[in-house]
Ligand binder design. Structure first.
Ligand code: ADP
Ligand code: MG
Length: 248
């Protein structure tokens, strides 16, 4: 058994059953500090469920999830966010009728609800922090645009920004480049590489070209278990992986 103190995030023996079906089955997964980990695997492999378990949306049936060597299994979603784990869902949950600036402003940690957050004074610190984040997410020139007028890719970046502004230690993203153009994908890879300069990132992704462009380590999930783990070259040469992806 690995020493979990070495890892930022450690899942050990994690199982979840939905009516007897084990979507995640005795899974061990370790994420290092400063790592960009990509999780791939066929549809139904359990990828999204793993993120649901880490962020507390779904309860484990058995096993342990530790963050910075502290058990987070069973904590409420809200408490897990407060500890520093941010998660982006597949569909962006931005406020369409607010501007880019306002979306980021209300996502600052003290923003509990839209009305309350907008009543606060816009201190120079808040403006500066929002600017910093918009630079990272390629929206610095779009601060006053209504979110509904952004492209699909820009909306995805805005949502990443809404997580970044909360300064999480781990950011988890479920298929962030789905539906993005080629140039938006390239910029998203650039964004993720900037993000990992001071935090860990876990990304679920299907697009193999994108995976190649960002991955440090890749974990292949299959039937709720780790099928293979390693760098992209090792994964692509792995006969077990080839078998699972035949006809995919
Ligand atoms: P992936 O993201 O790898 O495509 P998921 O984690 O979404 O896979 O799903 C893994 C399996 O678990 C699928 O067979 C799915 O139907 C099932 N599943 C996921 N969530 C639930 C749920 N809340 N209730 C019942 N079955 C679920
Ligand atoms: Mg999924």
């Amino acid at each position: 058994m690995a020493n979990s103190t070495d890892f930022l995030l450690a899942l050990e023996g994690v199982t979840v059953s939905f009516d007897g079906f084990k979507a995640v089955n005795d899974l061990n997964l370790y994420i290092d500090k400063g790592e960009l980990r990509v999780i791939i695997g066929p549809n139904g492999a359990g990828k999204t469920t793993v993120l649901d378990l880490i962020c507390g949306r779904t309860k484990v049936s058995s096993g342990s999830i530790k963050f910075k060597d502290q058990e987070i299994t069973g904590l409420k979603e809200h408490d897990i966010v407060k500890r520093g784990i941010g998660r982006k869902f597949q569909t962006p949950s931005i406020y369409e009728d607010l501007t880019v600036f306002e979306n980021l402003e209300i996502s600052l940690p003290r923003g509990r609800n839209v009305v309350g957050a907008l009543l606060w004074n816009r201190t120079p610190e808040i403006v500066e922090r929002v600017r910093e984040v918009t630079e990272m997410i390629f929206l610095a020139d779009h601060l006053d645009r209504l979110a509904e007028t952004l492209s699909h890719g820009q909306k995805q970046w805005l949502e990443i920004g809404m997580l970044l502004i909360q300064d999480p230690e781990v950011l988890m993203l479920d298929e962030p480049v789905a539906g993005m153009s080629v140039s938006e994908r390239a910029k998203t890879a650039e964004l993720l590489n900037k993000i990992i300069q001071n935090r860990s990132v876990v990304v679920i992704e299907h697009d193999m070209k994108f995976v190649e462009s960002i991955a440090h380590r890749v974990t292949v999930l299959h039937q709720g278990k780790v099928l293979a783990e390693g760098n992209m070259d090792a994964i692509q040469a792995d006969p077990k992986v080839k078998e699972v992806y035949l006809g995919h």
